[in-house]
Design a protein around this ligand. Structure first.
Ligand code: NAD
Ligand code: TYD
Length: 339
């Protein structure tokens, strides 16, 4: 089979490319990515050496480029990771979120219809459900929870999800959707909470915690998310939504303190800064459906996952130092400039 992965040069997408190549060596993996600020070809350096892998630089909203790739590759499965993904950036500039996350999804689905793919899988987020109160630990997001978004990011992801379900109903496109909680692990761009705290703490810089640090996120090691997507796109029921999460809730302050302990750095680095506007209080996933139907369970505990993640950032300083220095953006020209 040929699997077309959009956004494969980003955090979860690159982890997913490696997961696919290792788990299904018989399949071909084609990555389509625009290489925005969040896309980094250095993350795919090892995949580039694999003859079953191909990288194509293109924008998912570029219909001509997308159709050309479908014509060439005739993918069996399309997995759409490509998105603008940072809530704080969506507060500053919502337009690009609407364009990429909604119109890009439409373009990918139109091509999927035209070329008759066997499965179009949309990688979505628990943020489409809005947030839960901090004083109701008994409440969780299920697949039946109402869509109720807070940020331009989550609204754009919810818009895309609705469009995906509409394409299933209207055109019979064979779709599936996963809505996952916060991921962490290797190749995570250092503007998101965990890698930001690791890289800043290593430089003994202050660690900016929004508000009082009591907001809760439900953390999942990225490889467990990749395993869930792989299961759903191959064996999940058509037209269905599956929530993905590992019952791993932590306040932001707990997360930052865990990172500091792992690095042997002092808590005095923590500084409280102005809260994010519209800041979601708590996310918490009920993963019963994916467990009951597909047998999925997370394999990595939070302590183990944080240990591995911190080790990865220590062992791969070059990767994130290039990002902080802006050098990674020259990598494509360097690698492909003369081809
Ligand atoms: P990311 O920002 O690290 O990567 C996004 C990738 O998409 C980048 O490689 C970027 O170059 C590419 N891209 C952006 N716009 C594009 C366009 N117009 N055309 C082609 N490529 C484009 O994001 P991530 O954290 O890896 O998230 C991947 C997906 O998973 C997103 O759809 C996100 O909504 C979803 N998700 C993320 C999390 C999380 O915790 N990070 C949790 C649940 C769901
Ligand atoms: P983030 O990694 O941006 O993911 P999301 O907003 O999609 O959940 O942020 C995770 C949590 O950490 C969120 O509650 C905001 C908080 N946060 C900080 O306190 N300081 C920071 O510098 C960042 C980037 C996030």
């Amino acid at each position: 089979m040929t699997i077309l992965v959009t956004g494969g040069a980003g955090f979860i997408g690159s982890n997913f490319v490696y997961y696919q190549l290792a788990k299904h060596p018989e399949d071909r993996v084609v990555c389509l990515d625009k290489l925005t600020y969040a896309g980094n070809l250095e993350s795919l350096a090892q995949a580039m050496e694999n003859p079953s892998f191909r990288f194509v630089r293109a924008d998912i909203t570029d219909r001509e480029a997308v159709e050309k790739l479908f014509e060439e590759e005739k993918p069996d499965i399309v997995v759409n990771f490509a998105a603008e993904s940072h809530v704080d950036r969506s507060v500053e500039d919502p337009g690009i979120f609407i364009r990429t996350n909604i119109l890009g999804t439409q373009t990918m689905m139109d091509a999927s219809r035209k070329y008759g793919v066997k499965r179009y899988h949309q990688v979505s987020t628990d943020e489409v459900y809005g947030d839960l109160p901090l004083d109701r630990p008994d409440l969780f997001f299920t697949e039946e929870t109402h869509i109720h978004t807070s940020s331009p990011y989550s609204a754009s992801k919810a818009g895309a999800d609705l469009l995906v379900l509409a394409y299933a109903r209207t055109y019979g496109l064979p779709v599936s959707i996963t809505r996952c909680s916060n991921n962490y692990g290797p190749y995570h761009f250092p503007e998101k909470l965990i890698p930001l705290m690791i890289t800043r703490a290593l430089a003994d810089e202050s660690l900016p915690v929004y508000g009082n640090g009591e907001n809760v996120r439900d953390w999942l090691y990225v490889e467990d998310h990749c395993a869930a997507i792989d299961l759903v796109m191959r064996k999940g029921r058509e037209g269905e939504v599956y929530n993905v999460g590992g019952h791993n809730e932590r306040t932001n302050l707990e997360v930052v303190k865990t990172v500091l302990r792992e690095l042997g750095k002092p808590e005095s680095l923590i500084t409280y800064v102005r809260d994010r506007p519209g800041h979601d209080r708590r996310y918490a996933i009920d993963p019963t459906k994916i467990h009951n139907e597909l047998g999925w369970l997370p394999q990595t505990s939070f302590d183990e996952g944080i240990r591995r993640t911190v080790k990865w950032y220590l062992d791969n300083r070059e990767w994130w130092e290039h990002i902080l220095a802006g050098e990674y953006q020259n990598y494509y020209e360097h690698m492909y400039g003369n081809r």
